[in-house]
Design a protein around this ligand. Structure first.
Ligand SMILES: NC(=O)c1ccc[n+]([C@@H]2O[C@H](COP(=O)([O-])OP(=O)(O)OC[C@H]3O[C@@H](n4cnc5c(N)ncnc54)[C@H](OP(=O)(O)O)[C@@H]3O)[C@@H](O)[C@H]2O)c1
Length: 271
């Protein structure tokens, strides 16, 4: 039976390649992007590939926390349940590091927005639903306090911290939620040829389909049904150990607590 699948950042790169792959499999695809123009272009590309494909479009800037809330509300208004959430949207180099909420845009898009979106969509996610979180081979230790303010560190450092942090909260939520969903952090493979990789490293990169194929597998295949909290490293094509910090439940909880605190602070400030 067709599944309902939300993919954030499906207007380009691995997210768009994933949507194209899924479009041929008779699922309902909820495409998210920050540009209406790019969303409509993605829809056209999917319809060219699979004319019968069921597609919905959702626009939200994930660097803005109120937009993340609006995205969750818009999806919840149209759906009672969601089979798969792929938290794919991410940034490496950004034009402006300070977000509209006074936070670090890179931490917001890569770590905090997917947490907030997942929490808000929990009522739609069943025990067997899956949340696929885009991690990376780049993972560096992050102090919980670092999430609260714009960082003066460079893009490479902040990116690696943001990707360890999403891996850590993925494991924390997987451990702490009794009734699912299945939450799996995934490195889709390094240096795949997206605009992110071209901008960050000035190189063409590998075949995006490699990343799309693993996301589709993690989202749908039986072998991942009992893998909640495990880290899949597609550089080696198997489950693997993430950075040692993500193997420490206390540290994972501290990251999740920091994000909860930050969201509560934002709510108190913005009403
Ligand atoms: N490529 C790799 O080798 C690699 C390796 C490890 C992990 N990853 C991860 O894979 C994911 C996809 O990356 P990619 O390489 O495919 O990069 P990409 O081509 O730059 O795609 C990123 C997607 O995220 C969207 N996005 C960025 N900022 C956003 C915001 N503020 N609000 C809403 N959407 C936003 C982009 O929208 P626009 O189309 O409007 O720009 C685009 O759809 C990321 O999480 C990345 O960290 C990639």
């Amino acid at each position: 039976m067709g599944k309902t699948i939300l993919i954030t950042g499906s207007t380009d790169g691995i997210g768009l390649a994933t949507a194209k792959t899924l479009s041929k499999l008779e699922h309902t695809l909820l495409l998210h992007g920050r540009s209406q123009h790019k969303l409509e272009s993605a829809q056209t590309q999917l319809r060219d590939l699979a004319p019968e494909c069921s597609v919905e479009l959702y626009s939200a800037d994930l660097s803005v926390l109120s937009d993340v809330e609006s995205l969750a509300s818009a999806v919840s208004a149209r759906h009672d349940s969601l089979d798969v959430l792929i938290n794919n949207a991410g940034v490496f180099v950004v034009p402006e590091t300070i977000s509209a909420d006074g936070l670090d845009c890179r931490f917001v898009v890569n770590t905090i927005a997917p947490y907030l979106l997942t929490k808000r969509l929990l009522p739609l996610l069943s025990r067997t639903s899956r949340v696929v979180n885009l991690s990376s081979a780049a993972q560096a230790p992050v102090n919980p306090e670092e999430l609260f303010k714009p960082s003066v560190q460079g893009d490479t450092a902040v990116y690696a911290k943001s990707k360890l942090a999403i891996t850590m909260w993925s494991r924390h939520l997987a451990d702490s939620l009794d009734d699912g969903p299945v939450i799996i952090p995934v490195n889709p493979a390094s240096f795949l040829g997206s605009k992110m990789v071209k901008e960050a490293y000035g190189r063409q990169g590998g075949d995006l389909q490699r990343g799309a194929d693993i996301l589709v597998k993690v989202a749908l295949e039986d072998e991942f049904a009992n893998a909640s909290g495990l880290y899949f490293d597609n550089d080696i094509g198997q489950f693997s150990s993430p950075h040692p910090d993500a193997l420490d439940p206390t540290k994972n909880q501290q990251i999740a607590d920091a994000i909860e605190q930050l969201l509560a602070d934002q709510l108190a400030t913005n009403g």
